[in-house]
Design a protein around this ligand. Structure first.
Ligand code: NAP
Length: 552
């Protein structure tokens, strides 16, 4: 039933589906629900659409998946008409695209901005969720879809004295909407993941001095960003059907690219070096595609890691700084590989210095300095590029209570458990987009988002057609899936790194490899098979008595 069809009081408060978040997942979910005739309300805490691209406005922010592929595929008109300007679109352009999509498909009228979802409680009798939002209202919905994002809960580090710092403090993941001008300032940058590595060169151009505080050196590959020519865009557009098919079905990480057909140790040293050089010159994430065993075999991985360490030594003039910048703590690719523009060369600038905080952690932040090993590094502004409580952080902020009152946080206290990354047993009619246990962050996110949204849309249609009131992951199916996700991860080098994939960046967070590493194609086939077998591994409940049907 759509709100327009019911009484005015009820109409305001009851929906088929509440969607949490208006990023790329929430927007496409709304589009699909509307197309199927379900009534839906999206709540978004920001004052605009775009999710990650709304919040991450730090200098140099751009996507590490190429623009022509980091885009929706559901509308051919959209992908044929939208002009991406560069190989890797900057944040502002991706946000413009998100806004264009919202306007083009008239999505805003079902999105309530500046509103957080605070609580969701399942009513066992009614088989519906009561959802309380930050404006104080409680609405009813048969389904809740968490489109809360995997990297959306920005994390401030727990460093002594941070609150006493007298200058401005910025976090890359919640950057101000106004321009931030570092001209003439001494800036301290803490964190050298993708965000720190992207922002350092731009901040260095502006600031009087930039001090980078590095805990873990990271592998980074040049982006080789450039303007896209009309010819390049046209060639891509012509091949979109095949490119999208390949990304969904063949490429493990949802990115169309040449696939490796041999291992690193199958080639001679000279051939291998030539291949690495070629990929280094081409730039981008596909550096890891040179060979098919870089994520599996440590000796093979070392050949790629040594190559990159060698490049760092070539680029960085001061040998001591170069040595500090060479990652040695984890196999290459087991932490999200970074894509940069002139990151390592930035350390050749006279106004940039690197401070090792691995050997000597930050002792304290004072009103005007960061103290390390007894020395005060004076700074006027601090940039925290310290990452996110990834994958579960934003879900955990919502008080979600299933039948019997168990909270999702209680259930996930020892680590997140889901069936297919889509649902967690004990929480009926609650879907997660790109949740732990799905390929999500190991893939081109938009490929994964579209697959999840389409699967959920099909599932809701199935339920409507079969008069089903509730659907829930079966706990045995969930246990088997969790075991499978772990088993696949344990067969790779990934668990060897203290990464946010493992929850290792959050003190006290259980160490579990959260994303599913089996590849988007294999995963899609599993999800499709589950649906084809009548939603195998899910428990369904029929309508108890004739109740109003879902709209449509
Ligand atoms: P991140 O990869 O988690 O990096 C955080 C950095 O902060 C690490 O260097 C970490 O050191 C350091 N850090 C954290 N807590 C600290 C503390 N208490 N003291 C000192 N250092 C501390 O976060 P991110 O760079 O924001 O990137 C997160 C993910 O977002 C990426 O992996 C990527 O998936 C995505 N992202 C993508 C793009 C893109 O598309 N180009 C750009 C930005 C982000 P340790 O490593 O030692 O923990």
């Amino acid at each position: 039933m759509s709100p327009a069809q019911s009484s005015p009081a009820e109409a305001e408060e009851s929906y088929d589906v509440v969607v949490v978040g208006a990023g790329f997942a929430g927007m496409y979910m709304l589009y699909r629900l509307r197309g199927l005739g379900f009534s839906a309300r999206v709540y978004e805490q920001g004052d605009g659409v775009g999710g990650t691209w709304y919040w991450n406005r730090y200098p140099g922010a751009r996507c590490d998946v190429e623009s022509m592929q980091y885009s929706y595929s559901f509308s051919d008109e959209l992908q044929q008409e939208w002009d991406w300007s560069e190989r890797y679109a900057p944040q502002a352009e991706i946000l413009k695209y998100a806004n264009h999509v919202a306007d083009r498909f008239d999505l805003r009228r079902d999105i309530q901005f500046n509103t957080r979802v605070e609580r969701a409680v399942f009513d066992e009798q009614a088989k519906r969720w009561s959802v309380t939002v930050s404006d104080g209202r409680t609405v009813q919905a048969q389904f809740v879809v968490l489109a809360t994002g995997c990297l959306s809960n920005a994390r401030k580090p727990d460093i002594e004295g941070l609150e006493n710092f007298g200058g401005s403090v910025y976090h890359t993941g919640s950057w101000p909407h106004e321009d931030v001008d570092f001209t003439g300032l001494r800036v301290g940058l803490i964190g050298t993941g993708s965000s720190g590595i992207q922002s350092a060169p731009i901040i260095a151009e502006q600031a009087k001095h930039l001090t980078v505080f590095q805990r873990t050196a990271n592998f980074s590959i040049p982006a080789r960003n450039a303007a896209l020519t009309t010819g390049e865009r046209d060639a891509f557009r012509k091949s979109y059907p095949e490119i999208r098919r390949f990304a969904r079905e063949v490429a493990r990480n949802g990115i169309y690219a040449e696939q490796p057909d041999r291992g690193a140790l199958d080639d001679s040293d000279e051939t291998r070096r030539g291949k690495y050089e070629k990929r280094w010159d081409r730039g981008g994430l596909t550096f890891m595609y040179v060979y098919n065993n870089l994520g599996l075999d440590r000796t093979a991985n070392d050949t790629a890691a040594d190559f990159v360490r060698g490049k760092i030594a070539e680029i960085v003039k001061d040998p001591a700084t170069a040595k500090l910048l060479q990652p040695n703590s984890h196999p290459i690719g087991t932490k999200r590989i970074c894509i940069d523009t002139d990151y390592f060369a930035t350390f050749n600038r006279p106004n940039v210095s690197l401070v090792d905080i691995k050997t000597n952690p930050i002792q304290e932040i004072t009103a005007n300095a960061v103290r390390v090993a007894g020395r005060n590094h004076e700074v006027d502004a601090l940039v925290l590029a310290t990452g996110f409580d990834a994958m579960t952080g934003s879900v955990a902020k919502i008080d979600i209570r299933g039948p019997g009152g168990q909270t999702l946080n209680q259930k996930w206290a020892e680590g997140p458990k889901t069936y297919l990354g889509l649902m967690s047993a004990g929480f009926p009619n609650l879907f997660i987009i790109a949740g732990p246990g799905s390929p999500s962050v190991l893939s081109n996110m938009i490929v994964s988002i579209e697959q999840h949204v389409d699967w959920i849309a099909d599932c809701l249609t199935h339920m409507r057609e079969h008069g089903l009131a509730a659907l829930e992951a079966d706990s045995n199916a969930e246990e088997k899936w969790v075991a499978h996700v772990n088993e696949v991860a344990q067969g790779t080098l990934y668990p060897q790194a203290n990464s946010w994939y493992m929850g290792a960046n959050i003190p006290g967070k259980p160490r579990i490899f959260m994303p599913y590493i089996g590849g988007v194609g294999a995963y899609r086939r599993i999800c499709d098979e589950v649906a084809a077998k009548g939603y195998e591994g899910f428990v369904m409940e029929a309508e108890a008595q004739p109740r109003r049907a879902m709209s449509g």
